[in-house]
Design a protein around this ligand. Structure first.
Ligand code: GLU
Length: 311
């Protein structure tokens, strides 16, 4: 018998949850329910400065208030730093990752010099950052080792050319559609029947190279978002990753990392983002109201669920 699907909601506790988080969590819950699957909660707290314990407590509280229940165990990324570190070491031992000692200023200066020389705008990654110009890619191994031994701060970058040589692909992403299920017979406003289900799938070729040589371990943490998310989805047995369209481009890199690590790729659905009245994505920096603000202003959880298309 086929194992039941496993979904996850994976917030970063560096601010209060807003309506965009609520949509993602509610959609995952509805899909898990209609598929007879499980929904797991993962706290993506690798950032030691921005992740705060009171924000973790607050997000659990907000999710419970919305009526969401998660299957145990809850996973916290900060409890798995050694696992990520070992994977980075493994990539380095295979020649697929290198230490990068560049500061942001060094990178910006090199990019500016390249742009001046070529007269062409600097190539950028899907997040808009200039692609790393490769300054540390071919440091003599002795020099890199000596600088590390001297305690010089460094990130680790994936060597994209070598990674693609090791896992040539073609890399594909399996996307699944989400279908709405009419709730026949349920009087309007009643019942919590599943209103959404996983629909047909289609495959698309991924282009991981558009990320250049991405950082897979930061200076302060032995991982990055990309590495941790891929390892955790595999460790938690996630079969369906349902997340916002702002992470669509990251999936191109995630399928390459899955191939390099040797773990199965989940199926993906990237849902539309909740936008504010000026058409912008919700964000703390844009003062988007949090669920807590809405709750304090008298909104009910049922009202919020309904406004996002859930019963
Ligand atoms: N932690 C990420 C965020 O809050 C989501 C990661 C994911 O769903 O892959 O934006």
């Amino acid at each position: 018998m086929k194992a039941p699907p496993v979904f996850r909601f994976a917030p970063s506790p560096n601010g209060r949850l807003h309506l965009g988080h609520a949509r993602s969590a509610l959609l995952n819950a509805a899909l898990a329910e209609s598929a007879g699957g499980r929904l797991l909660l993962r706290i993506e707290d690798i950032d030691p400065v921005r992740s705060r314990p009171e924000l973790i407590a607050a997000l659990r509280d907000d999710l419970a208030w919305l009526g969401l229940r998660f299957s145990p165990p809850e996973r916290r990324q900060s409890a798995h730093l050694e696992t990520y570190r070992r994977q980075v070491d493994g990539f380095a031992a295979r020649g697929l990752a290198y230490p990068c000692f560049c500061s942001r200023g060094t990178i910006a200066a090199a990019v500016a010099a390249d742009t001046a020389r070529s007269g062409q705008p600097a190539p950028r990654d899907p997040d808009g950052a200039p692609l790393y110009p490769g300054l540390c890619r071919h440091l003599p191994p002795g020099e890199a080792a000596a600088r590390r031994a001297a305690g010089e701060p460094h990130t680790w970058r994936l060597d994209m050319a070598r990674a693609l040589a090791a896992a040539p692909g073609p890399h594909t992403i399996t996307h699944v559609a989400v279908e709405t299920v009419p709730r026949e017979g349920a009087p309007a406003g009643e019942g919590r029947g599943p209103g959404y289900r996983i629909g047909p799938e289609h495959r698309e070729t991924a282009d991981p190279a558009r990320w250049g040589d991405p950082v897979i371990a930061r200076r302060d943490v032995p991982t990055s978002y990309h590495l941790a998310v891929v390892m955790d989805d595999a460790d938690q047995g996630i079969t369906h990753v349902v997340r916002g369209a702002d992470l669509r481009a990251s999936t191109d890199l995630h399928v390459l990392l899955q191939a390099l690590i040797g773990v199965p790729a989940p199926r993906y659905h990237h849902h539309a983002l909740v936008l504010d009245s000026s058409g912008e994505k919700l964000a703390k920096s844009r003062h988007s109201p949090s669920l807590a603000d809405l709750r304090a202003a008298g909104e009910s959880a049922a009202g919020i669920r309904r406004s996002l298309g859930f019963s």
